[in-house]
Design a binder for this molecule. Structure first.
Ligand code: FAD
Length: 327
């Protein structure tokens, strides 16, 4: 706990990412804490392949591309990004805040809560023993496709991300199975066509019932949905793409509880909550006329950051326009 941040942003969705960048632009010492292994919030987790048509400057941009641009922007500046960390408590320590996560404690002079619809986590396999194999043989995200080079991999799921994962791993893995509980895939038509032409072996309609580890290999037992047939496959790894769930439970357990209405943080026109130096932005806030849009989230970040910088450093005159700065 040696460093004290000026601003800690809780949540790495579009609101938190742009607020993080803007904090860095204003010379603040800033960190972004995100519960998932990736930035991008709902955009990355819920609709990565969709085109967004109402972000200024783009006729239409694929959701993943928008997050890639934001990430590159954030990476230009010395901003600490903490992934796989869920903020479990926010408390006051003398004049600073203490932010507690599943991995550690941090101190910060001000906080921007950008938690959107809640902390995302992957929907996990409901199979006994799968938790003990997590990140060893059972994966919910792909950190690096090379990890699966020359391996036999089973992907579980039937949506776009399951199909994309299968097609991506087909290029490096020895063999890829795609198991889905329905015979039809929910992915986009183009992706389903690519899948049909690929070497990916489809196992439908099956559900995983048992995983056994022996000699560093997994013996998987699958059961036919609405049938009795059992199928067994030996694989190296399983990648699960069952989507994400979000929850606000951890936020409700924080010591500091900014005022909320219908589980939305109440903020003033500068995005201030009723707790001094705690601000809130993005989908998790409510005010008269609030729109749950990326464009709105982008605007709320600079408002919160500018107000915080004025409170923390009243003598520092911040530039209003980025055109008067050199990056
Ligand atoms: C299907 C769909 C389509 C959409 N299409 C559009 C569109 O076309 N145009 C548009 O403008 N908007 C669209 N939206 C809305 C847009 O995605 C949201 O307005 C935007 O994602 C809000 O950003 P955010 O950063 O406030 O919240 P989120 O995107 O929800 O991000 C919040 C982040 O905070 C993290 N978090 C929460 N709690 C914690 C915690 N305790 N510790 C650590 N991390 C935490 C979460 O894991 C998450 O990553 C769409 C939404 C959906 C679901």
């Amino acid at each position: 706990m040696s460093e004290i941040y000026d601003i800690t942003i809780i949540g790495g969705g579009p609101a938190g990412m742009f607020a993080g960048f803007y904090s860095g632009l204003r010379g603040a010492k800033v960190q972004i804490i995100e519960s998932l292994s990736q930035l991008g919030g709902q955009v990355s987790a819920l609709y990565p392949e969709k085109y967004i048509h109402d972000v200024a400057g783009f006729m239409g941009i694929k959701a993943t591309d928008l997050i890639d641009h934001l990430q590159k922007q954030v990476e230009q500046l010395p901003i600490d990004i903490r992934l796989n960390e869920i903020v479990t408590n926010l408390s006051q320590q003398k004049s600073d805040f203490e932010i507690t996560t599943n991995r550690g404690n941090y101190q910060s002079k001000a906080v921007i809560v950008a938690t959107g619809v809640g902390a995302f986590s992957p929907r996990r396999l409901a199979v006994e023993g799968a938790d003990k194999l997590e990140n060893k043989h059972v994966f919910y995200t792909i950190p690096d496709p090379e990890r699966f080079r020359d391996k036999t991999v089973l992907i579980a799921g039937g949506g776009d991300s399951a199909i994309d994962t299968a097609l991506m791993l087909e290029k490096v893995a020895k063999h890829v199975y795609l198991m889905h509980r329905r015979s039809q895939f929910r992915g986009m038509e183009h992706s389903v066509k690519l899948l049909e032409r690929s070497t990916v072996e489809l196992l439908t309609p099956y559900l995983l019932k048992q995983i056994e580890l022996a000699d560093d290999q997994l013996l998987l037992t699958m059961k036919e949905v609405k049938g009795e047939h059992l199928l067994q496959k030996q694989v190296d790894d399983v990648v699960v793409n069952y989507g994400f769930i979000s929850n606000n439970k951890t936020i409700r357990q924080w010591d500091i509880q900014p005022e909320q209405q219908h589980r939305m943080f109440t903020v003033d026109r500068q995005m201030k909550t009723n707790v001094p130096l705690v601000y809130a932005i993005g989908d998790g806030v409510d005010y008269d006329g609030k729109l749950d849009l990326i464009a709105t989230a982008f605007a709320e970040g600079p408002m919160a950051v500018s107000a915080i910088m004025k409170e923390l450093y009243p003598d520092r005159r911040g530039p209003l326009h980025s055109t008067s700065m050199e990056l």
